[in-house]
Design a protein around this ligand. Structure first.
Ligand code: GLV
Ligand code: MN
Ligand code: MN
Ligand code: MN
Length: 446
């Protein structure tokens, strides 16, 4: 049966470890580092290569492939219902399996890639076993999920869901400050498609996403599959502190407006308050201008990532930070002149719940796959975690705003992700892919 098909199938592992890992492989970072690291930022040449490979592979599986104006790639396999056109000539919306192919600048092999490759193998299983689904079924690769190059996370599913205006997304500049926009880079690599990026133009009946957990819970609890019920809230900002450049050897403390010292006070405060209030606070980008040993920094830009399961907690935390940062800029707490501070909101992703019917499909699929594997339903019941809330953002958070959505998590070794040594066993990957395929079939049958 299909549920056991993928098990004997090592194409998934080959795609992850031999094919995809070649596009953007980041070897030899330093002595002692292994070579499983990936550097495939969105819309780079490496991203273009993996996309081209994906498109070829999906076409070979008999899919129709379309690209929208955000570069999202839609590979869709006909369903039986396609042979019976509706009165208005439209096809039924497809059930999609989606994730992303871009990585962190020092990422691993699984984040995003697993969900896409599992989708491909699910399509291969359907084709090889000549299974007809009622609805069309497909795989969607979302552009720049990470937000690591163009600093808005899940930006393309955000445009699709109507949350982010297309113009804003297209004009996003890369975080390195080199100044290329998303639209320019989409054009350059040949993925500025002609389909409108919207739910109306590219509808879906449902979205299922297989992803590594990226955290420690499944492993610690000895569970094999997680049913993801939703995600926590998070917001990203770019914060700019402006002081005044001056000579380090001649300017007394009292006459300095040192943007770096002020920015550091803000960050220390945010981290401290975050810990007290249960909000995760992180700064990952920090830029100092003009960046000279003997010039007092006149300007600092840093990213601020804040997360909480509660929208209310997050909003009140942000309000508190805004007030306190103004105070710090005005009166830094050490001798010196005031600086100014401005906030730009980059990402706003409120807590999101997933669809009950999709979660049920995932849960039943997980039990059936694990039940078949262990031959013991009692044991299978103990291997599933039924209530997971994703700590990370995913494109599913955006699709959930427009169509029934759920996610499947598989364990991450040591809970590690956004690291070259991110690892999920082959067995866990294949099991996740089986659960993904079964979830799609269950949803389609209902
Ligand atoms: C989105 O990918 C995130 O940062 O969680
Ligand atoms: Mn991811
Ligand atoms: Mn990621
Ligand atoms: Mn993510």
């Amino acid at each position: 049966s299909l549920s056991t098909f993928l098990k004997s199938h090592n194409q998934l592992s080959r795609n992850i470890h031999e094919t995809c890992s070649q596009f953007g492989a980041a070897h030899r970072w330093g002595p002692g580092e292994n070579d499983t690291g990936m550097n495939r930022l969105a819309l780079t040449d490496a991203d273009k290569q993996v996309r081209n490979w994906f498109v070829k592979e999906a076409r070979a599986l008999g899919c129709e492939v379309e690209v929208d104006e955000m570069g999202n790639i839609w590979a869709i396999r006909d369903g039986v219902s396609d042979r019976r056109p509706t009165k208005d000539g439209k096809r039924l919306p497809p059930v999609m399996m989606g994730s992303h192919l871009d990585t962190q600048p020092r990422g691993g092999r699984y984040d995003g890639v697993l969900g896409v490759m599992a989708g491909l193998e699910a399509l291969r299983a359907l084709k090889e076993q000549n299974v007809k689904t009622w609805r069309p079924v497909g795989v969607v690769c979302w552009t720049n999920e990470e937000g690591a190059r163009f600093p808005v996370s899940m930006v393309s599913s955000g445009v699709w869901a109507g949350e982010i205006p297309l113009e804003r997304a297209h004009s996003l500049k890369e975080v390195s400050g080199e100044g290329k926009t998303m639209k320019e880079e989409l054009e350059r690599i040949g993925y500025l498609g002609d389909k409108k990026c919207s739910f109306e133009e590219m509808p879906m009946a449902a979205h299922f996403e297989l992803h590594i957990e990226q955290g420690p819970i499944l492993e610690a609890k000895g569970k094999k599959v997680g049913v993801v019920r939703g995600s926590q809230a998070y917001k990203w900002f770019t914060i700019e502190v402006v002081g005044k450049e001056a000579h380090t050897g001649t300017t007394p403390y009292a006459q300095r407006a040192d943007a770096l010292m002020v920015a550091n006070s803000m960050i220390r405060y945010a981290r401290y308050k975050g810990e007290v209030q249960g909000v995760l606070v992180s700064v990952g980008v920090y830029q100092v201008f003009p960046g000279s040993v003997n010039t007092i920094p006149g300007r600092v830009k840093f990213s601020l990532d804040i997360r909480s399961p509660s929208d209310h907690t997050l909003v009140s935390f942000e309000r508190r930070l805004r007030r306190k940062f103004d105070v710090i800029a005005e009166r830094p707490g050490f001798s010196g002149l005031p600086c100014s501070v401005t906030w730009q909101e980059d990402t706003n992703s409120p807590a999101q719940g997933f669809d009950e019917r999709c979660c049920k499909a995932v849960k039943e699929s997980a039990l059936s796959v694990l039940g078949a594997e262990t031959g013991d339903l009692e044991q299978a019941l103990g291997l599933v975690k039924y209530q997971m809330v994703s700590g990370a953002g995913h494109d599913s958070v955006n699709t959930a705003k427009r169509c029934p959505t759920s996610m499947i998590f598989v364990p991450s070794k040591g809970g590690l992700s956004h690291h070259p040594e991110e690892f999920t066993s082959e067995e866990d990957c294949v099991r996740g892919a089986q659960v993904l395929l079964e979830s799609v079939l269950r949803f389609d049958r209902e």
